[in-house]
Design a protein. Sequence first.
Length: 124
Amino acid sequence: MCDGKSNGVKRIGSVVYDVCEKCGKPIRGTGKTAGGVAIFVTKDYVKKGQRVPFSDRWLALCESVGFILVCRHQAMLVEHHGWQMTTGGGIEEINTERKSFFRRLAEKKGSPRIDHEDVLCFVK
C-alpha cells in the first residue's frame, strides 16, 4: 500500500508522461517525434502554515522527463494602483487582488502571501 505522497507523485508524473507522448508531431517512418511546446500555469500553495514551492517541483519533474525550460514568467495576482488620502488625513494603498475568497481569508488569518502564478514554457 502506498502512502499519500508517493501516490500523488505518481499521478502528477503520469500527467507529465501523457503530455510528453502528445507533445510533438510524429515524423512519418522514423518512429520519432518532432519537437513540441508545453506551457503550464502553476502556483505555490500553503500546507501546515508553510509555503510549498510547487512551481519549482513541477519544473524539476518536467525537466526529468525530457522537457527543456525556455522561459519562466510571473503573472502577478496583485495590481498596485497607487495611494490616496483618506478622510481622516491618512494615506492608504489601492490594490486589486485577483485571488480566491478562501486565499484572502487565509492570508487575513496569517497564512503566507502568494502574490503570483508561474507560467512555465517548455520545448521537447
